[in-house]
Design a protein around this ligand. Structure first.
Ligand SMILES: [Zn+2]
Length: 627
């Protein structure tokens, strides 16, 4: 189950000012991926030709995964990852010579190693398979779980290590391959992948795909449903069920501008088209950065474009994550910390400094809460994580996202933005379509940015940030919104305290200061523990928080309502939990309800009705603490 991957990069490139200069050589140490059985240093998969049929009646995908491989060691075995797949037979080469294989013991979180016997000259392995009953990556929706209510729907979620539950593959982010696919679906449905995509249905229900850039397995994606397309501009557009398409196209009208803004920061968008797929509400995340086609929750369609920063995030992954990828899930901060940084830079370009700083402020709150919950000395508060023997998904937390973000923000602070931007642009260019470990990045940073400047090295303190626990003392927090007590958030914070102390003569005056969705969200986060239900009702009269359709405001307000026993919000909380499958927007509410016996009963009652609407990943997580 241990694998080693050797990365070595020697590159010559042009820096931003056009002067040709060598970028220093990086020879990295072997990278061990504890979440894959593959042994790519012996035999590695390079290209996938997939031919599958999607059967909604049996809730199964079956077909053939043909892998072009490189038998590096000239040995007699190649190892793939497999979670619950039924393997019918395996053949070698174009001539399809039958071969033997064995499945290793089942290992918690990882599935089983699929060991295929090959010959020293083997360059192709053809695996005939069918997906299992509980394939972690697949969510099969009944028609009533869709907007149209007439057709079933299927979507995949392969990150972190669920690709192995729908395609036999070497499922490590350090292993990249290209792919092409033929997917057969019922003729009334459209199929889409993380690749070049069709724009309309065809009567045969047979679709061809090609991803010409090498990607890791977690970026393999498929969606099948009654899906239609509307362009935003020449290279961007929206896919959604027909009932959602108009609203979605209105909400994400800035999509083309976002791609331009991103390119202005860190270089060309290299994937061809950039489209969004708006999924049914059971999609467990805000978004998933599948190449060419980000999968997006419909719960961010607020009607006023107030939650589009998620799109900036998924788009940013086209550089940080998809173009330059974390080598293992222990290096996850390289994907998410960089993406949060990039997201807020795009936000700033499109919507202004203040908007970006508000996102940053929420990030700060999330980081402080995460470190407080884990404890500042906890080993999982290190950027370079170690989830060996645990679920790779456990690393999806605010350490990777927000501590990662503030590390980059701190470097920016000490080097200056222009210099840091040039460094990042060179980093993306010199590592394009490669997977990078934390050690690779630290080495690249030391060589190409810090470059022996001991003063700068001391100010940044890379070691403490990357390998230390808790929050380093040199962290740079946003201050524009505070501005020595005169900034917008400082004013809102004071008003929240005054309201709670009944010192505001006219609560309607709040509306003058607390206007945007982010300001409302911040205001709610600043309401003190002494707030009463009567005061909450007063805020509902002014703002209508309970009836909000902005999921960020709903989450913040409903959490407060549960803690305060503000029962007027109960019916709305119930509707929200039943209609929204976004994991990190619902789990905190269930957990908050569990704090009292009556709340626990209520939570279980709501969950009974909501569970069929949730993704397996979501309900497995909730089952574990609620049932
Ligand atoms: Zn992300």
């Amino acid at each position: 189950m241990k694998s080693f991957l050797f990365l070595s990069v020697i590159l010559l490139m042009f820096s931003c000012n056009g002067k040709k200069e060598p970028v220093k050589t990086i020879i990295s140490a072997p990278v061990r991926d504890p979440h894959s059985f593959a042994r790519p240093e012996e035999a590695v998969a390079k290209h996938l030709t997939l031919a599958i049929n999607v059967d909604f009646k049996r809730k199964e995908i079956s077909g053939r995964a043909s892998w072009k491989i490189r038998n590096i060691s000239g040995g007699n075995q190649i190892v793939f990852d497999n979670s619950g797949l039924y393997i019918a037979r395996i053949t070698l080469g174009r001539e399809e010579k039958e071969t033997t294989f064995e499945l290793g013991d089942s290992v918690k979180f990882l599935g089983r190693a699929l060991k295929v016997n090959i010959r020293p000259e083997t360059d192709q392995v053809n695996i005939y398979y069918t997906t299992g009953k509980d394939a972690a990556a697949l969510q099969w929706l009944e028609p009533q779980q869709t907007s149209g209510k007439k057709n079933p729907y299927l979507f995949t979620q392969s990150e972190s290590i669920a690709a192995r539950s729908w395609i036999p593959c070497q499922d490590s982010p350090g292993i990249r391959f290209t792919y092409d696919a033929q997917v057969t679906v019922p003729s009334q449905l459209l199929a889409l992948m993380s690749a070049e995509n069709p724009k309309a249905k065809n009567p045969q229900g047979i679709y061809q795909f090609r991803q010409k850039h090498a990607i890791p397995a977690y970026l393999l994606a498929l969606a099948v449903g009654d899906i239609t397309f509307r362009p935003v501009d020449q290279r961007t557009g929206i896919y959604a069920e027909p009932q959602l398409l108009g609203k979605a196209a209105h909400e994400f009208a800035d999509l083309g501008k976002m791609v331009h803004a991103a390119e202005g920061l860190y270089g060309p968008y290299r994937w061809g088209r950039y489209d969004l797929l708006i999924l049914p509400p059971s999609f467990p995340f805000g978004g998933m950065e599948n190449p060419n086609l980000s999968f997006i929750t419909p719960t961010i369609i607020a009607g006023d474009r107030s939650l589009v920063s998620i799109i900036c995030h998924e788009l940013a992954h086209s550089w940080s994550g998809n173009l330059v990828t974390n080598a293992t899930w222990n290096d996850f901060w390289l994907n998410e910390g960089f993406t949060n940084y990039f997201e807020r830079r795009i936000d700033e370009l499109l919507y202004g400094r203040e908007e970006a700083e508000m996102q940053e402020e929420f990030g700060k709150q999330a980081l402080l809460a995460a470190v407080k919950e884990m404890g500042p000395g906890h080993k999982d508060t290190r950027l370079k994580a170690d989830y060996t023997g645990r679920s790779a998904d456990d690393g999806t937390n605010d350490i990777a996202y927000e501590k990662g973000y503030f590390f980059l923000k701190t470097i920016e602070h000490f080097t200056g933005r222009d210099r840091f931007d040039r460094f990042l642009r060179d980093y993306f260019d010199s590592h394009a379509f490669q997977s990078v470990s934390t050690e690779d990045f630290v080495s690249y940073l030391n060589t190409n940015l810090i470059s022996g400047d001991t003063d700068l090295a001391g100010k940044i303190n890379v070691r403490e940030w990357v390998y230390g626990t808790g929050i380093p003392g040199n962290i740079v927090y946003p201050d524009g919104l505070w501005n020595d007590g005169k900034g917008k958030f400082a004013v809102i914070q004071r008003m929240a305290a005054e309201y709670a102390a009944n010192r505001l003569r006219d609560p309607a005056a709040l509306k003058e200061e607390v206007k945007s969705s982010n300001e409302k969200r911040f205001f709610i986060s600043q309401l003190p523990g002494t707030l009463t239900s009567t005061q909450m009702a007063g805020l509902d009269t002014v703002f209508g928080f309970t009836r909000s359709h902005n999921t960020d405001i709903q989450l913040a307000w409903y959490l407060l309502a549960i803690r305060k026993g503000y029962s007027q919000a109960d019916p709305n909380i119930r509707d929200y939990l039943i209609g929204n499958g976004r994991m990190w927007h619902i789990i905190p509410l269930y957990k908050a309800m569990m704090n009292t016996p009556a709340g626990l009963k209520k939570a279980r009652d709501i969950y009974k009705a909501a569970r069929p609407n949730y993704h397996p990943m979501t309900y497995k997580a909730i089952d574990a603490f609620l049932l």
